[in-house]
Design a protein around this ligand. Structure first.
Ligand code: BDR
Ligand code: CA
Length: 311
């Protein structure tokens, strides 16, 4: 089993990504760390504790950064509602918060782990950048960072930038320049990982309480996406964050291209862009496996299979 740490900002798709990771026999989740992004840290942290408690998962959950390294926080209530996880009513958490913050938890796990650890960030990269800043030796203990964020072609929050990178571009730059192997599950692939209404019904029909909650999360998430589907050319809702978890569970689900990627931090129109040297014009060190395609059907099958485990 692969040792992993999930760093997230739940968030509907983050919540589903967490539930997939804990149900998979391929992954050994060592901790969940939380960052501000889709909502403020108080909200994303509470959401993580609620979702994990509801699913009966006992794991260390550590609170992380309340704001990006240098910028003010941008949140996404349009997509995730005022709570960051609008839709289902999930009871207050039973799980207690860790006494350690996200950075302490990640560093300690990396230090104590016998094998290298894969980090799966599904929010802004603030916590991960802080780990690399305060403890550069961490690099040696990280097998890979398989993250959701970025895009080759176009952004979803500005014309050039995807939300997670836009929120904290300086953090993203630190991570992308670190030399750690990176798999970037950006919009190029996550927009191909859509879930359709009839598939949400199939999830509801699984019948266990976790699957029912996921269906209710997707009801809310789909209502937002149905308002923007025309401009994005979608027929369903993109399951962004679950792609990153699925790519670690089963790397054969995605197709990637190894490219040099820089993060734009100073652009007039393009701050937060992941500048992917697709044609290798710069001939610079290729630092990122850029995910470009996914076997959507198999990905959705994996989601069903994992949610059934909560029976
Ligand atoms: C990303 O932004 C957030 O709204 C989602 O949780 C996902 O991580 C998609 O751009
Ligand atoms: Ca997220």
């Amino acid at each position: 089993r692969k040792s992993v740490i999930i760093d997230c900002d739940p968030g509907h798709d983050d919540a589903i990504a967490l539930l997939m990771a804990f149900a998979s026999e391929k992954l050994d989740v060592k901790a969940v760390t939380v960052v501000a992004g889709n909502q403020t840290i108080e909200k994303t942290f509470k959401n993580a504790l609620k979702v994990l408690s509801f699913a009966g998962i006992n794991i260390e959950v550590s609170k992380g950064s309340e704001k990006p390294l240098f910028r003010n926080l941008i949140v996404a209530p349009e997509v995730h509602g005022d709570s960051g996880l609008d839709g289902p009513s999930i009871p207050d958490p039973i799980l207690l918060p860790s006494k350690r913050n996200a950075v302490e938890t990640i560093i300690d796990i990396l230090n104590k782990s016998e094998d290298k650890v894969t980090i799966i960030p599904t929010g802004p990269l603030t916590n991960i950048a802080k780990v690399l800043l305060v403890y550069p030796e961490a690099k040696e203990k990280i097998e890979r960072i398989t993250m959701m964020g970025g895009s080759c072609i176009a952004g979803n929050w500005t014309p050039a930038a995807e939300f997670n990178i836009l929120v904290d571009p300086e953090a993203a730059k630190i991570v992308f320049d670190s030399g750690i192997p990176i798999t970037m599950c950006g919009l190029d692939v996550t927009h191909k990982a859509q879930i359709y209404r009839n598939e949400i019904e199939k999830i509801r029909n699984i019948g266990n309480k976790v699957a029912t909650m996921v269906a209710e999360l997707l009801d809310f998430f789909s209502k937002f996406h149905e308002q923007v589907n025309d401009k994005f050319g979608f027929k369903g809702s993109p399951l962004h964050d679950p792609v990153a978890v699925a790519a670690v569970i089963d790397p054969t689900l995605i197709k990637t291209k190894l490219c040099h990627v820089d993060i734009e931090t100073k652009g007039e129109f393009t701050t937060g862009a992941t500048v992917v040297d697709y044609y290798d014009v710069l001939q610079k060190q290729k630092n990122v496996e850029v995910a470009l395609d996914i076997d959507r059907e198999r990905f959705i099958e994996l989601l069903y299979e994992l949610l059934k485990k909560y029976n």
